[in-house]
Design a protein around this ligand. Structure first.
Ligand code: IMP
Ligand code: MG
Length: 353
């Protein structure tokens, strides 16, 4: 009954976002791109998680996260055109690669076969395509060797690196990923970005990382990495940095950057990657929108928008998490591990059949 009520509140909010009851109850509520069949989703998750049979343990954050994910899949099953994935913790364990024996692989190939475009939207940013092959070789080789996919379906694999800084597409001629020229995909708003301002953000970010790692006594445990469009700290060999310290650094950085660059037209994001902290130029809302525009322009036929795109990721907390930004560009599903992604994709393919 509760979920039926919430389902109705969401429909009311979609029809009338300004005056909806939901926006009064939760002023910070975002935009819903689809309805959410929460009652059906609850029945599925209740079967699995015995939520209503439990006597002592109340419905938890994870129960609700799973119900919302299932509802989102059911809502999209007849209309899904683009599915985007975060990399670390979503497709593979933190710092690992997508290998040929990954249980997720067969679902990715199945989705391509169904005509869905796949995008990988990762923070990991490199300006050479072979680096992306190193992280994704299981998928790239799987596509190359597939006899079931058409040539056209094979080219429906896209990768965004560095949040929104690089775009690559699978290319049949080279049987691998090809870097696309930014003039073919830069969003209009990104064309206005000033390179000097980007440098100022990154060098200010570098200073903050230096200051906060010294303050929190981890400066001799880390290395500062400077890239074309990012600056970050990674632990030295054999060191594991404490979650609380990483979190403290991210929150301090977020605040300082917000204050310093509040009038800037450049998007940036600061996040705790689990073992490291990064400040990236760009964010995943731009990353997902770049893919939507690119597919609409280059692949045509299908019109892709927020209501037929799903972004799957693990970092959806509102501060210090980099998948959060994607919520303005797509429907989303929040997973906690690659094995949850596997279950989610098994369900999705099942509902889409
Ligand atoms: P994601 O989960 O796919 O978004 O990737 C996040 C992880 O990529 C971070 O935790 C880092 O370990 C790694 N990484 C490598 N290069 C970069 C970079 O340039 N910016 C941010 N993260 C990076
Ligand atoms: Mg991740």
């Amino acid at each position: 009954e509760i979920l039926q009520d919430i389902e109705m509140l969401i429909i009311d909010h979609i029809n009338n976002p300004q005056l909806s009851k939901l926006s009064k109850l939760v002023p910070s509520i975002g935009k819903f791109f689809t309805v959410l069949p929460l009652v059906d989703a609850f029945k599925i998750q209740d079967n699995r998680r015995c939520i209503s049979k439990r006597k002592f343990v109340a419905p938890s954050f994870n129960d609700i996260r799973q119900i919302l994910n299932t509802a989102q899949l059911i809502a999209l099953k007849d209309n899904l055109k683009l599915i985007t994935f975060d990399g670390d913790i979503t497709l593979y364990e933190d710092g690992n690669n997508l290998e040929g024996n990954s249980p997720i692989l067969k679902y990715l190939l199945e989705l391509l076969k169904m005509g869905v475009v796949i995008g990988i939207v990762t923070a990991a940013g490199y300006n050479q395509s072979n680096k992306y092959y190193e992280r994704l070789f299981g998928l790239i080789d799987g596509i190359k060797e597939s006899e079931e996919l058409t040539l056209k379906q094979k080219e429906n694999l896209l990768v965004i690196g560095g949040e929104s800084n690089y775009l690559l597409r699978y290319n049949n001629e080279i049987s691998g990923l090809q870097m696309e020229s930014s003039k073919d995909w830069l969003l209009d708003e990104m064309k206005l970005w000033d390179d000097k301002e980007i440098e100022r953000i990154l060098s200010f970010g570098y200073g903050l990382l230096k200051e906060f790692t010294e303050l929190l006594n981890i400066n001799n445990k880390i290395l500062i990495i400077v890239k074309e469009r990012a600056v970050g700290i990674i632990p030295r060999e054999g060191i594991k940095l404490e979650r609380e310290i990483l979190e403290e650094i991210v929150l301090r950085i977020d605040k300082s950057l917000r204050e310093k660059f509040q009038d800037s037209n450049i998007n940036w994001c600061a996040f705790n990657g689990g073992r490291d902290v990064w400040i990236d130029i760009g964010d995943k809302s731009l990353g997902v929108r770049i893919l939507q525009n690119f597919v609409n322009k280059e692949i045509g036929e299908i019109i892709i928008n927020e209501s037929n795109t799903l972004h799957v990721g693990d970092q959806f907390a509102s501060l210090g998490n980099n998948d959060y930004a994607s919520r303005t560009a797509a429907a989303t599903a929040w997973v906690a591990s690659p094995s949850e992604t596997e279950i989610l994709l098994n369900d999705l393919v099942d509902y889409m059949m």
